[in-house]
Design a binder for this molecule. Structure first.
Ligand SMILES: [Zn+2]
Length: 69
């Protein structure tokens, strides 16, 4: 059942394939506190659901922003 929806691209997908920014806790850099603040400015919280493609994109965007900070 495709009953989850990506907040970014609005695509529907299976609930088991949900990604959230919480997975960025496991990155070494940027620190998770920084990551959380960064996404707050984009109005994205820890419980917002994203598909794999969009979370990968956010991963890239946030890493680049961290480097340019
Ligand atoms: Zn998406």
């Amino acid at each position: 059942m495709k009953n989850a929806q990506c907040k970014k691209c609005l695509r529907k997908f299976n609930e088991k394939d949900i990604y959230t920014i919480q997975q960025f806790q496991y990155r070494k850099k940027p620190p998770y506190d920084w990551t959380r603040e960064f996404f707050k400015t984009l109005e994205i919280g820890e419980w917002d659901s994203f598909c794999e493609n969009c979370i990968m994109e956010y991963s890239k965007i946030s890493t680049e922003a961290w480097r340019n900070d």
